[in-house]
Design a binder for this molecule. Structure first.
Ligand code: SAM
Length: 293
């Protein structure tokens, strides 16, 4: 494979090892052994690649950053979907911001109370490419009829909304490029307004090891808007450091009350009744970061 084929930010050694996801501040790189490049294009928003890895199956890569893999994408997708849905007493109207690999939406529709899912993804090409090359993540055939795609900037979309949704899932890429606005206070304020009075939102808030400033900023900002904010963790080998954080914010009720009973874990590989509770138990270094110790 030619070096140039790897595109933006890629450095590939002659033996097929590709160095990606650098955390340069820490002198830390994630290395992937790549078998082949299945697809690459430049969309209006980003460079989209599908690579076949040696051990993690196919991976979706945006601007040189691995977003999801066949080997462990389900961990992230289950954790960003089931926790907020089970935390809400009766989720009916759900909005996903980002989530172009379609893995989260496939978890959301497992909840029978859900009547509508608006999937607001800025880049239609991510959905198209994921549906074509990653069927084990994005699904095959027709998507559930409750799902409606809106191809628009999520920040612009929520500005127009008021009291419409029970749950917001902010399934964004890292806070650079088009996703940067999804980590800012004006966006969270708009999400708060777009939620119903008992609404809940969740966002991925990056690694507590490599991006503690992102996690603490997200948490601080949400605490100014929502009375109840909880951080939870999952182990996702693909992401740098393996430990990933999510931040849940609720407008009215304590999100953990009754969460186990409402969980739909018949067809899950990661979440279960013990996980929905234990994922909120934070190690001391994370508590310290969040000012809880
Ligand atoms: N699981 C992944 C992770 O944490 O790396 C992220 C999943 S998904 C692939 C992220 C999606 O967010 C991408 O498809 C990207 O196009 C989309 N996105 C980025 N900025 C956005 C914006 N402002 N509005 C809507 N979608 C956005």
């Amino acid at each position: 494979m030619e070096k140039e084929q790897y595109g933006k930010g890629y450095v590939c050694r002659d033996d097929g090892w590709w160095l990606s996801d650098s955390e340069e501040e820490f002198g830390f790189w994630v290395n992937w052994k790549v078998k082949s490049l299945l697809h690459q294009e430049k969309s209006a928003f980003q460079e989209i690649s599908i690579i076949e890895t040696e051990g993690f199956g196919r991976a979706l890569v945006l601007d040189g950053i691995v977003q999801t893999t066949e080997r462990d994408g389900w961990i992230y997708n289950e954790m960003i979907s089931h926790i907020p849905l089970a935390a809400h007493p009766e989720p009916s109207d759900v909005c996903i911001i980002g989530g172009g690999d379609c893995g989260a939406v496939r978890e959301v529709v497992k909840y029978p109370s859900v009547k509508r899912v608006d999937m607001v993804e800025i880049d239609p090409r991510v959905v198209h490419v994921s549906r074509k090359y990653l069927p084990s993540i994005a699904g095959e055939g027709d998507l559930d009829p409750r799902v409606h795609f809106v191809f628009e900037d999520g920040a612009a979309f929520v500005k127009e909304k008021k009291g419409e949704y029970d749950v917001f899932i902010v399934d964004s890429s890292d806070p650079v490029g088009p996703a940067k606005v999804l980590f800012e206070e004006p966006f969270y304020r708009d999400v708060h307004r777009a939620l119903k009075d008992d609404g809940i939102m969740v966002c991925q808030s990056e690694s507590p090891v490599f991006h503690p400033h992102v996690l603490t900023k997200v948490r601080r900002t949400l605490m100014e808007l929502f009375p109840c904010v909880r951080t939870y963790l999952a182990t996702i080998p693909t992401y740098p450091g393996g430990i990933w954080s999510f931040t849940l914010a609720s407008k009215r009720h304590e999100p953990l009350d009754g969460i186990e009973e409402r969980l739909r874990d018949e067809n899950t590989r990661y979440v279960n009744r013990d996980i929905v509770r234990s994922c909120f138990q934070l190690p001391n270094y994370v508590r310290e970061l969040l000012g809880e110790k």
